[in-house]
Design a binder for this molecule. Structure first.
Ligand SMILES: NC(=O)C1=CN([C@@H]2O[C@H](COP(=O)(O)OP(=O)(O)OC[C@H]3O[C@@H](n4cnc5c(N)ncnc54)[C@H](O)[C@@H]3O)[C@@H](O)[C@H]2O)C=CC1
Ligand SMILES: O=C([O-])CC(=O)C(=O)O
Length: 330
């Protein structure tokens, strides 16, 4: 049978002509695997899932690929232990590292996770020199700073995920308290990803109504404290590690904002160079997220108490950073 040569229209629709973004996730643990599922289900791009453990990313990727015919995902996933497979990624998410156990703080992970992050960045960067890096590994703000410092990348190309998750937790607790859909709650949680994070009450509304008109000061403070300890609450339930579904959803929100050039304003751990009166630190602040990364930080007007709380949170991150820098100097 003769094979018809492709019509001009077929040539235009040739799928190989379409550039599909490539997203690498390093660390195929609970957060990494959940993130891969989320990215695939949103058809955000082809996903590479890499781990140091042989067989784990391959097995997970095959399992996820087999769900694709049933769930409408059209892109591919590859599981690997080889950094060459990550080449040309637009976004690299780092979820490699230990999670904490009950009784530990995130800062207790500093030494072990710092070593892992430096190793991962050194191996990933040469294959994807144009990638944006999103850190998830804890202690988050310090791991993000180390990645920026060791990579030599522009600060806008290195950022950390925490504020999207912490804000989602605060929204959830407020929604449960008021019996409204969480989508109706608008808020921002700034600062470091630790017990001193700063939920901004002055910027919290429920269907445009200020939160302070809906709940007592004591109840709001209770929800703030629950948010600050939201990670530990889940660690204490699970015993062997931390949260992963909401962290994965939060990270996918950031990946989508970058790849779709959304310019969404999201709270991310970004490099501060004088904004909010803070210098040379990665800390959670609102940023426009688009194809240039976290290039444009938004300076919200804060109450005096919120500004003081942000400075206290920054001070705590800086103390951990000062412990980290001598440990990981080249
Ligand atoms: N920023 C945030 O909001 C959140 C941060 N986290 C943090 O994310 C990290 C990962 O958490 P989980 O996924 O629950 O842990 P997990 O233990 O389930 O997965 C970690 C994975 O990293 C891999 N890994 C370790 N060293 C590696 C290396 N050198 N190269 C490649 N892969 C390596 C492990 O084999 C494992 O599969 C933890 O540090 C945790 O504290 C977790 C939730 C939220
Ligand atoms: O609490 C942890 O260890 C994991 C984490 O950062 C979170 O869930 O916020």
């Amino acid at each position: 049978m003769a094979v018809a040569s492709p019509s001009p229209q077929t040539a235009v629709l040739n799928p190989t002509a379409i550039t599909i973004p490539k997203i690498t996730i390093i660390g195929a643990g609970n957060v990494g695997a959940s993130l891969a599922r989320s990215l695939l289900s949103q058809n955000l791009g082809n996903v590479v899932l890499l781990d140091i453990v042989s067989g784990r990313p391959q097995g997970l990727a095959l399992d996820m690929a087999e769900a694709c015919p049933l769930e409408g995902c059209t892109h591919h996933i590859l599981g690997t232990n080889d950094y060459q497979d990550t080449a040309g990624s637009q976004v690299i998410v780092i979820t490699a590292g230990l999670p904490r156990k009950p009784g530990m703080s995130r800062d207790d992970l500093l030494k072990v996770n710092g070593r892992i992050i430096l190793d991962v960045v050194a191996k990933a960067l040469p294959h994807s020199p144009d990638a944006h890096f999103i850190l998830v590994t804890n202690p988050l703000d310090v791991m993000t700073y180390l990645t920026w410092q060791t990579s030599g990348l522009l600060p806008s190309r290195v950022m950390g995920q925490a504020g999207v998750l912490d804000s989602a937790r605060f929204r959830t607790f407020i929604a449960h308290e008021l019996g409204v859909p969480p989508q109706d709650v608008s808020t921002m949680v700034l600062g470091g990803h630790g017990d001193l994070m700063v939920p901004l009450i002055s910027h919290t509304t429920v269907s445009s109504i200020p939160l302070t008109e809906l709940l007592s000061a004591a109840k709001i403070q209770e929800l703030v404290e629950r948010t600050r300890h939201g990670g530990a609450e889940i660690v204490n339930h699970l015993k062997t590690g931390g949260a992963y579904y909401a962290p994965a959803a939060a990270t996918a929100t950031m990946v989508a904002a970058i790849l779709q050039n959304q310019s969404a304003i999201l709270p991310v751990s970004a490099y501060l160079d004088g904004q909010y009166g803070l210098q040379d630190i990665y800390l959670g602040v609102p940023c426009h997220l688009d194809r240039n990364g976290a290039a444009s930080i938004v300076e919200l007007s804060l109450t005096a108490n919120e500004q003081a709380a942000l400075e206290t949170s920054a001070q705590s991150v800086r103390q951990t950073l000062e412990k980290a820098l001598p440990l990981f100097e080249a």
